[in-house]
Design a protein around this ligand. Structure first.
Ligand SMILES: *[C@@H]1O[C@H](CO)[C@@H](O)[C@H](O)[C@H]1NC(C)=O
Ligand SMILES: *[C@@H]1O[C@H](CO)[C@@H](O)[C@H](O)[C@H]1NC(C)=O
Ligand SMILES: *[C@@H]1O[C@H](CO)[C@@H](O)[C@H](O)[C@H]1NC(C)=O
Ligand SMILES: *[C@@H]1O[C@H](CO)[C@@H](O)[C@H](O)[C@H]1NC(C)=O
Ligand SMILES: *[C@@H]1O[C@H](CO)[C@@H](O)[C@H](O)[C@H]1NC(C)=O
Ligand SMILES: *[C@@H]1O[C@H](CO)[C@@H](O)[C@H](O)[C@H]1NC(C)=O
Ligand SMILES: *[C@@H]1O[C@H](CO)[C@@H](O)[C@H](O)[C@H]1NC(C)=O
Ligand SMILES: *[C@@H]1O[C@H](CO)[C@@H](O)[C@H](O)[C@H]1NC(C)=O
Length: 627
């Protein structure tokens, strides 16, 4: 009895908590971030009341004025553009909760920086190239406005603009609108793709509109639904249908659609032919979503309206009977399938089997496989190095270093490791870039770095000891800089090093003895024109230390004292001899003291000679190579 009660109680609690949880999830508003690019103030759009944030979290660029009325929100008046001095890749990095998003961008140009010419550029999201705005893009109204479905799993939406050298990339607004994580489930993990919207169409509708204007649930991401009037294949004979009746199951989480898209349909005239032609990029996979609801009063039962749907002549869905499949009239039916399109158009045709054809809405998405990112410790290392090196902004270095592969960072070589599924940095070539900073310790995280060339800059500070722990290094060229301090002993331990060029710096101290064996192994070593270096192949280090220097001074003093004493003793002996006195057995100590004295003086002279003659005859190091 008591046990049954507690079981019931627990069950009740579980139920209650589930109810609470569900209602909280249902009630919560989706995350939404709307950026007014180039704007320094917040605003609300008069049409929707949505909050637009001021421009934030971009890597560079300038703001300018929008020369047209924004198609997204009419109060927006500014743009951001990225000119040559800002470098060839610039990004927005916006922190958002992990989840699935509809990311929408609006482009415009015409501001003074592009002198009225259409710029050409590319846009990547999460490191994957998604849009290419090539010549003529601005003449197609729909190209100004793009959206994609993107899974964010690193806590930040990263959107990068890549210059192609033809004008400054430009952006007017960015919207990052959360949708249900499981929406658009294609049966395969959609998080492996970015779904670029090709077309989203409400058939038979009188006008296009955003979800907000269609009273759609905000979890649908305020999608834009265009009318189908421009897409009919010539020869189609069409009518439109409308209903004011409610539609069942249109809101069927995780897939949420505006009811309005089911309340209109395109159907056929007497010839009963209907097809749509959509321009696409060839040889890509497209995910096609079709929406149906029986809204014609005369069709009330199965088998009255039956048709096949073909994509470029091949069956997409066969024997579609809306009433039968949806389970009734005025009930939403959603079908999806992915197809590979080889040509430049996708033609969706509906072929009747019984009755007339009818369709309410459809969506076409290009599936863009996501690029794998660069290893995060490598990214972190390069970001720290960028700071340390004071990299000029024209060099860029924003976003992910290796991806999109077509837009890897300047001077960075990458290699993909399929076993780990990430990219690694294998080379850095930043020679002659006017770098004024220092080499950051974080370089130790580039554990696959094989070559580093920062020759001919103005780098200061020391060679980090950690560089000697980048065990993959084969070539290291830091010549012609202003590096000081000593050569870290760790460099002598690099197992694969074949070329070490540290010449023309301000290095001091003893060359790590291990580097002595380096040329013998066949390596190339150049340490020339570092006045303070000694050891291996250079002049001896003995004369350099303070202890040695004070030794010289003491030696000189003792020498003088010995001389004076000796002179005195000689004089005394001579006096004694003159006096005919006995010979004293005390020659040895004076002789020894004199020898010491002479050698020390010679050493001191060498030191001075080395100090003032440049270059030192020993500092030509390459010839040490025995081959
Ligand atoms: C943009 O327009 C405002 C006036 O509306 C003007 O003050 C400002 O200088 C313009 N900015 C640029 C970059 O042209
Ligand atoms: C923008 O950057 C600031 C500071 O780096 C950060 O605190 C803020 O959360 C960021 N905002 C967004 C939306 O990413
Ligand atoms: C983007 O922002 C997130 C947090 O806001 C941060 O962890 C990440 O390092 C940033 N990425 C870049 C490339 O700046
Ligand atoms: C899309 O189609 C796949 C494969 O037929 C199916 O597994 C999946 O449930 C469909 N998605 C939706 C939301 O209907
Ligand atoms: C349609 O549904 C709404 C609630 O969602 C309701 O207020 C309205 O009365 C319904 N209309 C009809 C014609 O049933
Ligand atoms: C299209 O999908 C097929 C099957 O999933 C895949 O093998 C192929 O690589 C994809 N093609 C492109 C261009 O994504
Ligand atoms: C490093 O760059 C300099 C200048 O561009 C070039 O002369 C030198 O050969 C490069 N070093 C190596 C090791 O390739
Ligand atoms: C190296 O030079 C910097 C100035 O560029 C100086 O602050 C630092 O003390 C020097 N370090 C050594 C070890 O000489």
């Amino acid at each position: 009895m008591g046990r049954a009660c507690s079981v019931l109680l627990i069950a009740a609690l579980v139920c209650a908590s589930q109810v609470l949880f569900t209602s909280a999830a249902d009630g919560a508003a989706p995350f939404a971030l709307r950026i007014a690019c180039g704007s320094d103030s917040e605003s609300y759009s008069p049409e929707t009341g949505y909050l637009w944030s001021k421009d934030m979290n971009y890597t560079g660029g300038s703001s300018g004025n929008l020369t047209t009325v924004s198609r997204i929100a009419s109060q927006l008046k500014t743009i951001r553009y990225f000119g040559m001095p800002d470098g060839s890749e610039n990004c927005y990095n916006l922190s958002v909760p992990n989840g699935q998003y509809l990311i929408r961008m609006y482009f415009s140009f015409g501001f003074k920086d592009n002198s009225g010419r259409e710029p050409e550029f590319e846009i990547s999201m999460e490191g994957t190239l998604v849009y290419s705005l090539t010549r003529g893009w601005s003449t197609v109204v729909d190209n100004e406005y793009v959206d994609s479905l993107v899974h964010i799993n690193d806590g930040a939406a990263t959107i990068c603009f890549h210059s192609s050298g033809h004008g400054s990339p430009v952006i007017a607004s960015i919207e990052i609108l959360q949708i249900n994580d499981d929406a658009y489930n294609m049966g395969t993990p959609s998080s492996n793709f970015i779904m670029r919207t090709v077309k989203r169409v409400t058939a038979g509708a009188e006008k296009s509109g955003y979800g907000s204007s269609l009273q759609a649930d905000p979890w649908g991401g305020d999608r834009y639904w265009a009318t189908d009037t421009t897409l009919f294949t010539p020869g189609s004979s069409v009518n439109s249908l409308h209903t004011k009746y409610n539609i069942s199951k249109f809101n069927n989480p995780p897939n949420i659609y505006p009811e309005a898209i089911y309340q209109s349909a395109t159907t056929t005239g007497p010839e009963n032919k209907l097809s749509y032609t959509i321009p696409v990029l060839p040889n890509q996979n497209y995910s096609i979503w079709l929406h149906f609801a029986e809204i014609e009063d005369s069709v009330t039962a199965p088998n009255e309206r039956v048709f096949n749907v073909m994509a470029n002549g091949l069956p997409l869905f066969q024997v579609v009977d809306i009433v039968k499949m949806a389970g009734g009239v005025r009930t939403a039916l959603v079908l999806n399938k992915t197809v590979l399109v080889e040509g430049k158009t996708l033609t969706i045709s509906l072929e009747p089997l019984a009755g007339e054809i009818s369709i309410n809405a459809f969506e076409v998405y290009q599936l863009i496989p996501r690029e794998q990112p660069t290893s995060s410790d490598n990214v972190w290392a390069l970001q720290s190095m960028k700071q340390g090196l004071e990299l000029p902004s024209r060099v860029g270095w924003n976003g992910d270093p290796c991806i999109p592969q077509l837009h890897a960072w300047y001077g960075v070589n990458c290699e993909f490791d399929a076993a780990v599924g990430t990219w690694f940095i294998t080379g850095l070539a930043l020679d002659s870039q006017g770098l004024k900073g220092r080499i950051d310790d974080s370089i130790v995280n580039l554990q696959r770095l094989q070559s580093l060339n920062m020759s001919n800059n103005v780098l200061t500070g020391v060679i980090p000891e950690s560089l000697g722990h980048v065990s993959s290094l084969v070539t290291l060229d830091l010549s012609y800089n202003r590096l000081n301090g000593s050569i870290p002993a760790s460099l002598g331990q690099l197992p694969k090093l074949q070329e070490l060029l540290l010449n023309d710096n301000q290095l001091v101290g003893e060359v790590p003895p291990a580097l002595g064996a380096f040329p013998i192994r066949g390596g190339v070593l150049n340490l020339a024109n570092n006045d303070g270096l000694c050891g291996v192949g250079l002049r001896s280090c003995n004369t350099m230390s303070h202890r040695q220097k004070s030794g010289i001074v003491i030696g000189v003093i003792i020498g003088f004292m010995v001389l004076i004493l000796g002179g005195y003793l000689c004089w005394k002996r001579r006096m004694n001899m003159l006096r005919g006195a006995q010979r004293l057995p005390r020659d040895a100590p004076y002789a020894k003291a004199r020898t010491t004295f002479v050698r020390d003086v010679q050493m001191a002279r060498n030191t001075l000679a080395n100090h003032f003659s440049r270059p030192s005859p020993y500092s030509e190091s390459t010839p040490l190579n025995p081959h």
